[in-house]
Write a protein that binds this ligand. Structure first.
Ligand code: NAP
Ligand code: MG
Length: 474
């Protein structure tokens, strides 16, 4: 591999030492004075402290959101709401560099991803939904679809700003107001987004941000919101569904996945190898729709694996703020522990493990890209979501066997198909039980394209015309 000179990102965003909760357009401390720290997972240094929202703060934020919805945001014309969303989108673009660096610092993901994917895609979601705000009557959801009211939103740490955009942009476009809880380890870009809302002169109470841990999320779910939108693990999603069953609250759930990435023997192998790498090593594998199970046709398995390993040898693991870095830090010590424990079960169950011989930094949370071969469907590494840079490779002989193995999972979020034949793509896409099927590509997202799961991957869609339905009374 070529040795690259370091190419450190030079912009440093203004990170405050302490952030408050964002309620009714103002930053405030928690009613009980609680706060917590957010660390940089690539160095373990504390980045800032932030107020932790408790029950009383949740009530205050929901009350502010209710006032704003009933008196300002709900009655406002769609065209006016659209102007605010366009303003937010443009401000996000203007501050794209600062947001990208802040996200890399708080989350550990490489700057090339935050710069080229997270922040531009978040801005795209605001542009896209700004366009819908005055055209809801033409979305095919009835002549006069109404907002639901106040939306409680809880998001995970893997795409902090992007998941915020997926939640807040459609909610606001449809005339709702929002109370959002970012993940405990990654609140920074949500707080910067709150500052941006102030700069955009968004009416107070339309967006409220409540940093905290699981307890804050549970309090928000239990509060007087009209709808809960949750992205996170299937276990927590299930608990939320149980807790609000029988209430009038609506619910959408975007949960986990264990996607099959299927490589047929006629696939363009070099392209497929790029897709496999992108599928599992993008964002350190902290991706709900990651292609974490590679299903490769037996006749080409040796060739695919040899080229895959040669490619993974060239991935650069290290400083998230270096523009050459491909794989950054694992988001937290807890997540590193989970990845390590599941990887150990793979070894214990007899799968063969391979890792490139790369140096890891001394401090911070790191995990080498990992490829397991000889994986059986019964092994935990084939069944459970690892949510890290770990690929499990299985083989198949016939297309029917590929589909059977791909669908042999409680999840159903995404899948990939690699083949030269269009007919085989359509044949497979009809049979794969997954919300998204990518063909000869992987991990492609667009605000106009609905995203969401089947089975234990959840229900409801985000993005596109379909995503609006989750935020409207139709
Ligand atoms: P998680 O533990 O379920 O956490 C998700 C969010 O819920 C966090 O903000 C968390 O707070 C909060 N939370 C925890 N317990 C709660 C409770 N009892 N009530 C309400 N909220 C609660 O998930 P994670 O491990 O952070 O995130 C990874 C998971 O998200 C993976 O399974 C991944 O597949 C899934 N995901 C799905 C999608 C999708 O679109 N389908 C997208 C991204 C990620 P804390 O921050 O304090 O834990
Ligand atoms: Mg952090």
């Amino acid at each position: 591999m070529f040795e690259y000179a370091p190419a450190p990102e030079s912009v440093r965003p203004q990170i405050k030492e302490h952030y408050g909760l964002f309620v009714d357009g103002e930053f405030t401390d928690a009613a009980d004075g609680a706060d917590f720290k957010s660390v940089n997972p690539s160095t373990e240094e504390v980045l800032f402290t932030v107020a932790e929202a408790g029950e009383a703060d949740v009530q205050a934020a929901v009350a502010a959101a209710r006032r704003a919805q009933e008196t300002v945001w709900g009655p406002m014309s769609g065209a006016e709401r659209g102007k605010y969303l366009f303003r937010i989108a443009r401000l996000l673009q203007e501050k794209a560099r600062e947001f990208a660096v802040a996200e890399s610092l708080d989350n550990g993901k490489p700057i090339k991803e935050t710069r080229d994917f997270d922040v531009p895609t978040a801005a795209q979601h605001f542009f896209y939904h700004a366009g819908w705000a005055d055209k809801l009557a033409y979305a095919g959801l009835g002549a006069d679809p109404r907002p639901l009211g106040v939306i409680g939103q809880v998001i995970p740490w893997n795409f902090p700003l992007l998941m915020l955009a997926w939640k807040i942009a459609p909610a606001l476009a449809c005339g709702n107001t929002a109370v959002l809880k970012p993940a405990e380890t990654t609140p920074l870009t949500a707080l910067m987004f709150a500052e941006l809302c102030q700069e955009a002169d968004l009416p107070p109470g339309v967006v409220n941000i409540l940093p905290g841990a699981g307890g804050t999320g549970a309090a928000l779910v239990a509060s007087a919101v009209d709808k809960v939108a949750f992205t996170g693990s299937t276990a927590v999603g299930r608990a939320i569904a149980k807790s609000i069953a029988g209430s009038k609250k609506k619910l959408t759930l975007e949960l986990g996945g264990k996607a099959a990435n299927i490589v047929f023997d006629d696939a363009p192998i070099d392209q497929a190898v790029e897709g496999i790498v992108n599928g599992i090593f993008f964002n350190q594998g902290h991706v709900c729709c990651a292609g974490s199970r590679l299903l490769v046709q037996e006749s080409v398995a040796d060739e695919v694996l040899a080229r895959l390993k040669a490619r993974v040898e060239t991935l650069r693991v290290g400083d998230p703020l270096d523009k050459n870095t491909d794989i950054g830090a694992i988001n937290s010590a807890e997540q590193l522990e989970r990845i390590t424990a599941l990887t150990d079960t793979g070894r214990g169950e007899g799968a063969e493990v391979w890792q490139p011989d790369c140096d890891l930094p001394d401090r911070g949370f790191w995990f080498r890209p990992t490829v397991f071969t000889g994986v059986q469907q019964s092994m935990r590494i084939a069944k459970e979501e690892i949510f890290g840079p770990v690929l499990s490779v299985l083989t198949f002989r016939t297309p029917d066997e590929a589909i059977a193995k791909a669908n042999n999972t409680p999840y159903g979020l995404s899948a990939g198909v690699w083949t030269e034949k269009g007919s085989k793509i359509l044949w497979a896409a009809e049979r794969l039980r997954a919300g998204v099927v990518w063909a000869n590509t992987f991990n492609q997202f667009d605000a106009a394209s609905p995203f969401g799961g089947l089975k234990e991957s959840g229900y409801g869609r985000e993005g596109g015309r379909q995503g609006l339905e989750a935020y409207l009374d139709v």
